[in-house]
Design a protein around this ligand. Structure first.
Ligand SMILES: Nc1ncnc2c1ncn2[C@@H]1O[C@H](COP(=O)(O)OP(=O)(O)OP(=O)(O)O)[C@@H](O)[C@H]1O
Ligand SMILES: [Mg+2]
Length: 233
């Protein structure tokens, strides 16, 4: 059994007469510890897919399990616990609370998860221990994204999901953020899924999945992924 198993997954939006098919017959297995990049152009269904993986949205049809837990069977309360304890999410625009310091932002996530690590250790992991008392507005974009990575990993999640994590950053800063994500993936064997329209990022993935119009058009294992240092875009 794979860590993530998705079979015949569909996601519809809208009413029956006015239906938007956002995901169509998705079949995908992901093993524990993989570093997966999902590529697709705007509107392909990337965010929809990631939100379903993270328990933030529900599928319309099909089956889907993470670590043997069948997500489609969970009620809202169980799904909320799944999000709190199992999922670390990194967003394109960081989504930090502006009136809380870096440490307080991470602590907020620490406080809701049942198997959290120490917030200071999480900030240390992303190289920001000496900036923990700064507010988001006092940090650069790259530093804010590192705080948001700390906020995701502090929960000690089994799955790290990233929606365009470098989308708001210049390439140099983006690459340093990817380096951090790959390091956490390697050292902690944390299964990581990144969705992006930046095809360069696929070169460092262990698996590359392409989505087009809500459908998987290719799914390939990268036997020799590039190191992040070799990336350019
Ligand atoms: N809540 C919603 N209601 C109706 N349609 C939606 C909703 N959310 C997404 N869609 C539609 O589903 C499709 C997939 O959207 P999604 O946001 O997943 O794309 P994406 O690949 O993340 O695009 P982008 O790169 O622009 O972020 C689009 O056609 C979108 O308009
Ligand atoms: Mg999106």
């Amino acid at each position: 059994m794979s860590f993530i198993e998705i079979a015949n997954l569909y996601k519809y939006y809208g009413t029956e007469q006015n239906r938007v098919i956002a995901l169509e017959n998705i079949n995908l297995n992901i093993e524990e510890g993989e570093f997966v990049v999902i590529l697709g152009s705007s509107g392909a269904g990337k965010t929809t897919f990631l939100n379903i993986l993270g328990g933030m949205d529900r599928l319309s049809e099909g089956t889907f399990s993470v670590g043997g837990e069948k997500l489609e069977n969970l009620n809202n309360k169980q799904l909320s616990a799944f999000r709190r304890n199992k999922i670390g999410f990194v967003f394109q625009f960081y989504n930090l609370m502006p009136n809380l310091t870096a440490l307080e932002n991470v602590r907020l996530a620490e406080s809701v998860s049942s198997n959290a690590i120490d917030s200071r250790d999480a900030l240390d992991m992303v190289g920001l221990k000496d900036r923990m008392n700064n507010f988001p507005a006092q940090l650069s974009g790259g530093e804010q994204q590192r705080v948001s990575i700390a906020r995701a990993v502090v929960k000690n999640p089994s799955l790290l999901l990233c929606d365009e994590p470098t989308g708001a950053l210049d390439s140099k800063t983006g690459i340093s953020v990817l380096k951090m994500l790959r390091k956490i993936n390697r050292e902690q064997n944390k299964t990581t899924v990144i969705v992006t329209h930046n095809s360069s990022i696929a070169e460092i993935a262990t698996r590359v999945v392409r989505i087009q119009d809500g459908k998987i058009v290719s799914n390939t294992v990268n036997v020799a992924p590039k190191s992040v240092e070799e990336l350019v875009w």
